[in-house]
Design a protein around this ligand. Structure first.
Ligand SMILES: [Fe+2]
Length: 286
């Protein structure tokens, strides 16, 4: 009988860990991207994705306090900033607390367009539709981001100089539920500029006709799979690309592609195991 109790306690412990501990145990990773021939001086980029803000910020506030002390050169945010409309004011408050010398750039994810209720999540994961009948107020979200000085890129790009390096940041609309106009997102990029592309889902790469222009891609959406078997990896990967693109740094046709595990997850399916929520501070070096 003892082993049965042990099994029961172990199961309870794992559930407690996955539902209560790990989703709130944020990590700040540091990654150096070396050998970038188009730049002369190094610069830093803080990447955030899939924060899924709701009305209450919970323990994320302590992680944001830590992030607010980093002062990177750039901040890039790759969608699913909110889970529902209640998160819009929370997002404006906490993102405005993060400062970057050359600004914050953001693209939209499927959650900026749709509020997925519990049933919609089930439909989504049973492959019965990626959209939800409940809309989020996308325009109000975009206005709120602009009001705190964040540049929202929807099939658009921005050209800037970062420590003397010519940099172009492009951003697509959500590749999952909206129409990407890759031509517009690539506009402004040329072979002399260091070209960064933001897209909520890395699957947007499948619509990239040119592989000789973009240097670095940031995306999210997969949440790293959320449940990972140690030493084996994710048991579920929400991408049309091979499983390795579920998280971390990979290469696609010579382009460096980083997929974040996300700072948060949806308000219903928030459990995590062996897949801590994260933000990543990149140093891009010549
Ligand atoms: Fe997400």
């Amino acid at each position: 009988m003892n082993w049965l109790w042990m099994l029961f306690a172990m199961g309870g412990g794992i559930l407690f860990w996955a539902f209560c501990v790990e989703p709130n145990w944020h990590r700040l990773r540091r990654i150096t991207v070396r050998g970038q021939k188009k730049i002369k001086t190094p610069f830093t980029i803080l990447h955030l994705s899939d924060i899924h803000f709701v009305g209450k910020v919970g323990l994320k506030q302590y992680f944001f306090q830590r992030l607010s002390m980093l002062n990177p050169d750039l901040i890039v945010v790759t969608g699913d900033v909110i889970d529902n409309d209640e998160g819009i004011d929370t997002a404006a408050k906490y993102l405005s607390g993060l400062r970057a010398r050359y600004g914050t750039y953001l693209v939209l994810g499927n959650h900026e367009y749709y509020d997925y209720h519990f049933k919609d999540n089930i439909r989504y994961h049973l492959f019965a539709g990626k959209v939800s009948p409940h809309r989020n107020d996308t325009e109000r979200f975009v206005r709120a981001m602009k009001s705190v000085g964040i540049r929202v890129l929807v099939n658009d790009s921005a050209r800037l100089e970062v420590h003397g390096n010519p940099v172009v940041i492009g951003g697509t609309d959500d590749p999952l539920t909206q129409k990407i106009n890759m031509g517009d997102a690539l506009r402004g990029m040329d072979s002399a500029t260091y070209n960064i592309m933001l897209m909520h889902v890395a699957d947007g790469l499948l619509q990239l006709q040119r592989d000789d222009l973009v240097d670095l891609v940031f995306s999210g959406h997969t949440h790293g799979g959320q449940i990972r078997i140690p030493f084996w990896g994710a048991i579920h990967w929400d991408t049309k690309l091979p499983r390795r693109y579920v998280e971390g740094m990979n290469e696609y046709k010579g382009i460096k592609v980083f997929v974040s595990r996300g700072v948060g997850a949806g308000r219903y399916l928030f459990l995590r195991f062996a897949c801590r929520p994260e933000a990543v501070l990149f140093e891009v070096r010549p």
